[in-house]
Design a protein around this ligand. Structure first.
Ligand code: FE2
Length: 453
């Protein structure tokens, strides 16, 4: 049975499975939407009686008193208040882990993994989450976790929400149809979805199976980076972020509502779905973004700019410019630098870099870095192009060159990433990753004199 068939048992207001959802354009906007005309109150948030017998409920993603520019909250008009639930019980969290990450001691070695193995039949998105590592502390709302997922079953009677952080979903194989409290987003490989802290959703798999990456951001919500001298436009443009329009599941039976709280999973059976929001307004919203819309900027003269120029979204910290988390994309682009080593340079970085590959190949690693796999270069670990890439790029004739063979991304974070025991011991971890830098021999003459002719 594929994902669509599994999803067929749930009745929704969003049209038949497979129909294109409608979206609202703009990042950070105050949006509003109603699935049924007249469901949205006018002129106030919480009238004595909300329209159509709905309950009004505020969902706050920031403290009530945070500055207006950062404040995120939405008002939901729903069939039942979220408060109507029985006690939560702890459930198994499988391969999901949370901060603080102290299973194994932090390891400065450079690491690389192949894609996750195919999961057992019947694995849905939540059961298919596998934690690679992370930093910070979910209880202090700092740091992040890096997860991967591999799933082959749609969620029909299970709904998930994450109190620990927002979820940036990066599909690598198979689309995700995300049925959220705010409506439906369909994220295919090459697109990303952002689910804010606390927003409940279930995941259908229109392609029958799915695999990808998750950045769970415990810190301040992702926002668009400042543009500085770039000007008013560029990088990820706000209008290309798409919020859903209101859509709800019709209640058909018991639902297991799973909440992630301080790194563990808790659940309660309910006789009604929490995806029962008929109308909403606010700015604490899920988003869809197509990475190919990214306006790639770079050097028109010489040198490879620092990869911060490729930042799509940033979660700031209290130190200006030092992100709790950055999401960076290496999108198709032209390289035109003169007298320039064009691939990413050798470097050691105070920030920690996890890289993933959505498709194709990455221009600094000729082989071994596979779609669905990933690499971790921890704080101050030395890395850069592999031997074959160095040789090629050092001698290539420097014509304008289009780099469009792959779509890679990076989760970059201010603190070192500690791995889970599962990530260290994984059969799909590549034990010989250091070898890619073997053979980068000395070219400087032995005598210390002039270079060989
Ligand atoms: Fe790097």
């Amino acid at each position: 049975m594929n994902g669509d068939e599994a999803a067929g048992s749930v009745v929704t207001s969003a049209g038949p499975v497979g129909s294109e959802p409608r979206y609202l354009s703009g990042f950070g906007n105050e949006h509003s939407s109603e699935a049924v005309p007249g469901a949205l109150p006018v002129g106030r948030n919480s009238p004595q009686r909300a329209p159509l017998g709905l309950y009004a409920e505020q969902l706050s993603g920031t403290a009530f008193t945070e500055p207006r520019a950062h404040n995120r909250r939405s008002w939901l008009y729903r069939m039942r208040p979220s408060a109507a639930h029985p006690p939560l019980r702890r459930i198994d969290h499988g391969a999901l882990r949370g901060a603080p990450f102290d299973e194994v001691e932090p390891d400065p070695n450079r690491m690389r993994w192949d894609p996750l193995p195919e999961p057992p039949a019947g694995t849905d998105f939540v059961a298919g989450l596998w934690t690679l590592g992370g930093n910070g502390d979910a209880r202090r709302r700092t740091g992040l976790a890096i997860h991967l997922y591999a799933a082959n079953t749609s969620m029909t009677d299970r709904v998930f929400g994450d109190a620990d952080g927002e979820l940036l979903l990066v599909p690598e194989r198979g689309a995700l149809r995300l049925r959220t409290e705010f409506g439906v987003l369909v994220a295919a490989p090459g697109q990303v979805a952002l689910i804010p802290r606390g927003v409940r959703f279930r995941v259908e798999l229109p392609d029958g199976r799915a695999r990808g990456y998750v950045c769970e951001n415990y810190g301040q919500p992702f926002t668009l980076p400042e543009l500085g001298p770039i000007g008013a436009n560029g990088l990820a443009n706000a209008r290309d972020f798409l919020a859903p329009t209101a859509a709800f599941d019709e209640p058909t039976g018991p639902v297991e509502v799973i909440d992630k709280f301080c790194g563990r999973l808790w659940a309660a059976e309910r006789d009604h779905t929490p995806l029962d929001v008929v109308a909403w307004h606010g700015n604490h919203l899920p988003y869809l973004y197509d990475l190919r819309r990214f306006n790639v900027l770079g050097s028109l003269s010489y040198d490879h700019p620092d990869p911060s120029i490729f930042t799509v979204l940033t979660s700031p910290s209290e130190i200006p410019g030092q992100a709790n988390a950055d999401f960076v994309v290496f999108a198709p682009r032209w390289l035109v630098g003169e007298d320039t080593f064009r691939p990413p340079y050798f470097h050691r970085n105070v920030m920690t870099e996890y890289m993933g590959l959505i498709e194709g190949a990455y221009d600094a690693k000729a082989e071994g870095f596979r779609p669905g796999g990933g690499s971790l270069h921890n704080m101050m670990s030395a890395h850069g192009p592999d031997r074959s890439t160095f040789d090629r790029a050092s001698t290539a004739e420097l014509r304008p060159e289009r780099v469009d063979q792959g779509l890679a991304f990076m989760f970059e974070t201010r603190w070192p990433v500690a791995l889970t025991a599962a990530a260290v011991d994984a059969p799909h971890r590549q034990r010989g990753y250091d070898d890619v830098w073997q053979g980068l021999g000395r070219n400087f003459p032995e005598s210390g004199g002039s270079a060989p002719s």
